[in-house]
Design a protein around this ligand. Structure first.
Ligand SMILES: [Zn+2]
Ligand SMILES: [Zn+2]
Length: 387
């Protein structure tokens, strides 16, 4: 491919002119199209995408639009490629990049803030004030691949070096796609106070972030870690990931059970990953006075919240967005040290060309699907050639 002279490539990883990429048309409508391979700029690299995990937020974007924001509006019919939980191989370096090498395996964070707003300057790049302002005359240089810029359901993507996490050789491609999920859970626990050793935590909702929340809380030394949910198979995985107690809310009153397990006081922290209509109120009843609640799910409705109870009991509420404060790097370090086995939440793998079927598995939870991963064939081809 004819890349600018200041973009570094290697004959080991030839970069083609065009690539296959899934493009979002009307809501729910994806088409496999040809797109030019993007060119990395300053502080950016070109990543050959090897594997991508499907996230509930991808389904939300594909069918409803937000939180994706393209050219200041919804993402439909704008030649936009979704997908944000991917990993791959660095194949080209933008001008001046010496932080990563061609051939290096990396997984990605989503948000590269503008670097110039108040929140970015504070290190809160997932709350960038210039979110989605990366077009035309308002270009602030913000990137959130799969949300405001092209994402991972393709063969290549451009990433800012600040969004890359080195992947250890011992980690499979599938496991590496889960680093950002664990990173999101890590960010939530960071915002709650960070050091949760010896403190008690409830995680509500055993989706991917909730399951990783239980795992990361345990790895951080929390005691006890209590996981609530409605599906026994997922709660069982939660136990294997580190939950000390699980509560199936279909059979037991979760608030009562949490109070019973904590001598009537409630826990120090609740990480709310269920997004249930009464989720905030129940979390408030599970947490002790002065405790903290992290909200990590997007509920569809506007739930009624008992504010007086929160005030009387000095309960803190934290909304978290994404995988801030470089939490992804700390999550990867835990995974590299095998502090928990994230692969327990990976249930299915499809080829990139079968993305629609993979999305159906994730959406309808076919065969108890939790994390569904799609892989590009070139990843397999590359491995065969290397052996
Ligand atoms: Zn996600
Ligand atoms: Zn910013």
């Amino acid at each position: 491919m004819t890349l600018p002279a200041n973009v570094k490539t290697s004959p080991d990883y030839p970069v083609p002119e065009t690539m296959k990429a899934w493009v979002l048309g009307d809501p729910g409508e994806l088409t496999l199209s040809d797109k030019p391979v993007p060119v990395p700029g300053k502080a950016e690299v070109l990543v050959r995408i090897d594997a991508v995990a499907i996230c509930a937020t991808d389904l939300e974007i594909i069918h409803h639009g937000p939180p994706a924001q393209i050219h200041g509006g919804d993402p439909f019919n704008k030649n936009f490629t979704p997908g944000h939980e991917y990993m791959g191989t660095v194949v080209a370096l933008g001008p001046g990049v010496d932080e990563y090498e061609i051939g290096e395996r990396v997984t990605v964070e989503i948000h590269a803030g503008c670097g110039q707003c108040k929140r970015c300057r504070q290190g809160m790049y997932t709350s960038c004030h210039n979110y989605g302002k990366n077009y035309g005359g308002v270009d602030k240089g913000h990137r959130a691949n799969g949300f405001t810029t092209d994402g991972g359901f393709a063969e290549y993507a451009v990433n800012n070096i600040n969004t890359l996490v080195h992947v250890d050789d011992n980690m499979t491609d599938e496991e590496a796609t889960l680093v950002v999920t664990a990173g999101t859970a890590m960010y939530g626990l960071t915002e709650l106070g960070g050091l949760v050793a010896g403190e008690s935590v409830v995680v509500t909702g055993p989706g991917p972030i909730g399951l990783m929340g239980a795992a990361v809380a345990k790895a951080l030394g929390a005691q006890p870690v209590i996981l609530t949910g409605t599906r026994d198979n997922r709660l069982e995985i939660g136990k294997q990931l580190g939950a000390d107690h699980v509560i199936n809310v279909r059979n037991e009153d979760a608030v009562e059970k949490v109070r019973e397990l904590t001598g009537g006081k409630g826990v120090d922290y609740v990480v709310e990953c269920a997004g249930a209509p009464n989720g905030v109120n129940e979390a408030a009843l599970m947490v002790n006075r002065g405790g903290k609640i992290c909200l990590a799910a997007f509920p569809h409705n506007s739930p009624e919240v008992d504010v007086a109870y929160l005030v009387r009991n000095n309960i803190y509420l934290y909304g978290i967005r994404g995988e801030g404060k470089t939490a992804t790097h700390r999550a990867e370090a835990f995974m590299r040290q095998k502090r928990f086995d994230a692969t327990l939440i990976h249930t299915h793998t499809f080829e990139m060309s079968d993305l629609k079927e993979a999305l159906r598995y994730a959406k309808d939870r076919v065969e108890d699907a939790i994390k569904v991963v799609v892989k590009n064939k070139h990843a397999e081809a590359g491995k065969v050639a290397a052996e």
